[in-house]
Write a protein that binds this ligand. Structure first.
Ligand SMILES: NC(=O)c1ccc[n+]([C@@H]2O[C@H](COP(=O)([O-])OP(=O)(O)OC[C@H]3O[C@@H](n4cnc5c(N)ncnc54)[C@H](O)[C@@H]3O)[C@@H](O)[C@H]2O)c1
Length: 337
């Protein structure tokens, strides 16, 4: 199978390419990535000489280049996006540009090239926010869309476009809406790697608001295996929600990291809440389990321990990305926001 992976130099995309070439060494993978601040070819260094791995630097708004690169592929797996909610508060247009206009460009290319198989990687944030008072409620495939940040709105718009191309043009699509990922190569602006690397540097961790906001956490390799089953066995035109069966408040998450690193609550710095901070996300991944036999395999306690270990062993990687643009962003967000 020949696969075009957009955004393959980012966190999940690079884990996905490693996963695919490890599991299917005869597959051909083209990584198409603009290399924004979030894209890092260091994530794929071990694959540089792999005969079936190819990298093309490009923007998903560049239809001419995409048409050339995608002409022989069997499937497009679309990860490329602006992905950080806080940055979407600072600069919404970057999110509209890549997530909406970029996805549209890619859909048009897929259509022009004879309706290429297309998998769209999306988020549970499109469904909005659940209440802490109704712990039994969770997102599922029929949940109404109710996005509340510029990031989740742009992802919701892209999901709608992908579905529209299925209904209108017969493009053979699938969509996955996944909960919060964690694991290796996670850019340290996101909460888990930010906290782990701050603690490794002897700094406190900035916890938003009252720390009670809840997220479902999934190890990135479980997300990769979910996409794997969807692209091979998923029903065309269908959406699958994907989750880790692991809801944690941000306080519980922080304490789990602190305890694993032999530290305590004194390392928490309570900071002003994120504007429009969704209270709770939860996922019941019943459909993907019933129809495709997928379920997460990495429990949170094991996953977080392994992730901390990975950051301890890859200090050069995260020190390398915690510079330049990252420092500028961090300073703007935490000091001036
Ligand atoms: N991180 C999560 O917890 C999570 C959960 C569910 C879904 N998702 C979705 O998964 C996808 C990947 O997320 P991630 O966390 O790996 O993001 P990331 O920010 O780590 O990586 C995004 C990648 O896309 C590339 N990119 C950005 N704009 C581009 C453009 N215009 N053209 C080409 N490449 C471009 C970047 O260079 C980077 O390599 C996104 O679509 C995101 O919405 C993420």
């Amino acid at each position: 199978m020949k696969m075009l992976v957009t955004g393959g130099a980012g966190f999940i995309g690079s884990n996905f390419i490693h996963y695919i070439l490890n599991k299917y060494p005869d597959y051909d993978v083209i990584n198409f990535d603009k290399l924004t601040y979030a894209g890092n070819l260091e994530n794929l260094k071990e694959l540089e000489d792999h005969p079936n791995y190819h990298f093309v630097k490009g923007d998903i708004l560049n239809s001419e280049l995409l048409e050339h690169v995608a002409k022989d592929v069997d499937i497009i797996v679309h990860f490329a996006a602006e992905s950080h909610v806080d940055r979407s508060v600072l600069d919404p247009f970057a999110f509209i540009r890549t997530n909406v206009l970029g996805t549209h460009t890619l859909l048009e290319v897929a259509r022009k090239l004879g309706n290429k198989r297309f998998h769209h990687v999306s988020t549970d944030e499109v469904f909005g926010s659940l209440s802490l008072e109704e712990p039994d409620k969770a997102f599922h495939e029929e949940s109404p869309y109710d996005p509340r940040s510029p990031y989740s709105s742009s992802k919701a718009a892209s999901d709608h476009l992908v579905r529209a191309y299925y209904h209108t043009f017969g493009l053979p699509i699938t969509i996955s809406n996944c909960s919060n990922n964690y694991g290796p190569y996670h850019f340290p602006e996101k909460v888990i790697p930010l906290f782990i690397t701050n603690l490794m540097e002897g700094k406190k961790v900035p916890l938003y608001g009252d720390g009670k906001n809840v997220r479902d956490w999934i190890h990135v390799l479980d997300h990769c295996s979910a996409i794997d089953v969807i692209i091979h066995k998923g029903k065309i035109g269908h959406t699958y929600v994907v989750g880790g069966n692991s809801e944690k408040s941000n306080f519980e998450l922080t304490m789990a990291i602190l305890e694993n690193m032999g530290m305590g609550e004194e390392m928490i710095d309570y900071v002003k809440d994120r504007p429009g901070h969704d209270r709770r996300y939860a996922i019941r991944p019943h459909k993907i389990k019933a129809e495709l036999g997928w379920q997460p395999t990495i429990g949170f306690d094991d996953g977080i321990r392994r992730t901390i270990q990975w950051y301890a062993e890859h200090e050069a990687w995260w020190q390398g990305v915690k510079t330049g643009d990252y420092l500028k962003y961090y300073d703007t967000w935490y000091n001036k926001h």
